[in-house]
Design a protein around this ligand. Structure first.
Ligand code: C2G
Length: 132
């Protein structure tokens, strides 16, 4: 059995997120998703996600391709998460290409192409413009 792990914020859930999770799931038999905490987002981006952590986790958990979710508290704990979830493959979008290669001693590291022309930032921006 091949166990796959992936990470993300999955804020304002959209088709790019679905495509990534479906393809990650296809790489194995079991998919675990680390959903970044509200605090981690604040420390990285200086703002909180639109959807709070519990809601982002519930949305991701509800997908047929996802077996398990947990809160990603820190970017530095990836090695621990890979071990805790006995992951054979780490899948990330290619916006992270090369950034996680050093975990290659714990599991296979694969970067998949992102879905073009959709992003949470653009969605938030277009809603803002519509409201103005
Ligand atoms: N994604 C995609 N296509 C898009 C947008 C996102 O394939 N158009 C993918 C990303 O590459 C990522 C996943 O969807 O694999 C989640 O994206 P984000 O929510 O933007 O995740 P991010 O904030 O990059 O994750 O440890 C990593 C962190 O959790 C950060």
């Amino acid at each position: 059995m091949t166990r796959v792990i992936t990470f993300g914020t999955f804020d304002v859930f959209h088709i790019g997120h679905v495509n990534m999770l479906v393809r990650a799931a296809e790489m194995g038999d079991h998919l675990t998703v680390g959903v970044s905490s509200d605090a981690l987002n604040f420390s990285k981006k200086g703002r909180y996600p639109v959807y709070r952590e519990e809601h982002r986790m519930a949305i991701v958990k509800s997908l047929a391709c996802v077996d398990e979710v947990f809160v990603e508290e820190s970017l530095e704990l990836k090695g621990q998460y890979i071990k805790d979830h006995a992951a054979d493959v780490l899948v990330m979008g290619d916006d992270w290409a090369g950034k996680f290669d050093h975990w290659g001693d714990l599991c296979e590291v694969v970067y998949l192409p992102r879905t073009a022309e959709v992003s949470t930032t653009d969605i938030i921006q277009s809603i803002r413009e519509d409201l103005n």
